[in-house]
Design a binder for this molecule. Structure first.
Ligand SMILES: [Fe+2]
Length: 439
């Protein structure tokens, strides 16, 4: 749902818009249409169950999460069918016989009438640039070893997936699988917000996790919160409970918005992950925008990394829409709130999402094309919710994905002097490439 569309936002925020039938099988989508037949429902109809570790531990949703310093720490989380009070996390340097054990914390929560039994562990004191292995053990049951690589502080590669909001997460699953196979040297991956269509729907979360499964057990995940993470099953805005419990991201020091936005380092880059849902969340707690503006200054000015990168869900530009002629071309509310700061702080690249279209706008400063300004990449769509024919090209668009769009993902390769972003269709066809350099 476009952020510029305030009328639509009001409707979605404050009235019931969803009719749930058969455990989430019928949902009203962002564009006003019904999203149908979740993957979970299809699996249930086919008599299949979720993929689990073969150990008998009933582990699903095994994930690595980004920490502030990926050279020395890594957060691990996983879900089990039942409570496993004896469960231990074991880890070692690859090939070493020196195995260390750690008691995970119970991080379980209830949402959508479902109790999610899950555990979390934070590995610290790791050595930068090394490959570790970890496994889960309970009594005589043990999982396979899974790999974990720490940040060496130099070059890195990331996969960046646009929002994966879907009525059926099989496109998401195929997109992740294809990208993982084509880019095996990836160090971490991000999803640009609106991971799911409905942030309360436990079935959609399961489908999302199953789709991300080919990556997240062996490279860390960078979650970005979108507006759909804040919707309940009655179509009202609520606190994003599932998102906050699933993704224990680095602390930001905020008394009210811990885990809503955060920063981390990887290689020669400092990242800020912003939260653009200040309007939705303002129903519960004011101050998210002002707090982040102050925090962004502090975190960017406090970093000596040569590259500064921002991930944010809602886009900085406002587009005209074919069906909404009153929408003027310009800068969005999120853009007005942050673009001057990005310029002031020397942010190099901003990735955004929310509009379900891929657009490279090149460098913008003072609202106009200017090579001295930051690079703005609107990331596209990684799920099956797309808006064919909705947007009218913006004067600042430099490259637009082939229309109608079929989904896409991005790669980013960074070293001290070069930052290269490429955009690919689901079949691996490259449609755009952009290079930034530093002396
Ligand atoms: Fe969105």
């Amino acid at each position: 749902m476009p952020s510029a569309d305030k009328d639509t936002l009001q409707r979605f925020s404050r009235r019931t818009f969803l009719t749930a039938v058969a455990a989430g099988s019928v949902l009203l989508g962002a564009g006003g249409g019904y999203l149908t037949a979740s993957g979970t429902l299809r699996r249930w109809l086919a008599g299949a169950s979720r993929p689990e570790d073969e150990s008998g531990l009933g582990v699903t949703e095994l994930r690595q999460l980004i920490t502030a310093d990926s050279g020395t720490s890594r957060r691990l989380m996983w879900r089990t069918k039942e409570a496993e009070p004896e469960m231990q996390l074991e880890y070692r340097l690859q090939g070493s016989e020196d195995i260390r054990g750690l008691q995970p914390a119970d991080a379980s929560f209830s949402d959508d009438g479902v109790r999610v039994q899950q555990y979390a562990a934070l590995l610290t004191g790791l050595q930068p640039g090394r490959t570790y292995e970890y496994r889960l053990v309970a009594g005589s049951r043990e999982s396979a070893w899974h790999k974990l690589r720490t940040d060496a502080g130099g070059n890195f590669r990331a996969l960046i997936f646009p929002g994966s909001q879907s009525s059926d997460y099989s496109d998401w699953q195929a997109l992740v699988k294809g990208a993982a196979e084509r880019h095996p040297e990836t160090d971490f991956f991000a999803n640009m917000g609106d991971l799911v269509d409905n942030g309360e729907d436990s079935h959609q979360w399961e489908d999302w996790f199953d789709g991300a499964g080919s990556l997240m057990d062996h490279i860390p995940f960078v979650p970005v919160m979108g507006n759909h993470e804040t919707y309940d099953k009655e179509g009202k805005v609520r606190l994003p409970e599932a998102f906050l419990h699933y993704f224990d991201v680095p602390k930001n020091g905020s008394p009210h918005f811990d885990k809503y936005y955060y920063a981390f380092d990887y290689g020669p880059a400092h990242f800020a992950v912003l939260n653009t849902q200040w309007e939705e969340l303002g129903d519960f707690q004011a101050g998210l925008l002002a707090e982040q503006q102050a925090w962004l200054k502090k975190t960017m000015q406090g970093s000596r990394k040569p590259w500064k990168i921002v991930l944010m869900h809602k886009d900085v530009l406002q587009y005209r829409m074919h069906e909404r002629p009153e929408h003027r071309e310009g800068i969005s509310e999120a853009g007005n709130a942050f673009m001057p700061l990005f310029e002031q702080l020397g942010v190099d690249v901003i990735f955004s999402a929310h509009l379900h279209t891929y657009r490279n706008r090149g460098h913008i400063r003072g609202g106009v094309r200017d090579p001295r300004g930051p690079l703005y990449i609107l990331s596209g769509a990684a799920g099956n919710v797309r808006y064919p024919g909705r947007w009218i090209d913006h004067a600042l668009d430099e490259k637009v994905a082939p229309q109608p769009e079929t989904g896409n993902y991005l790669t980013m390769a960074v070293d001290r002097n070069r930052l290269e972003i490429a955009c690919f269709l689901p079949d691996g066809t490259e449609i755009d490439r952009v290079l930034s350099t530093k002396a």
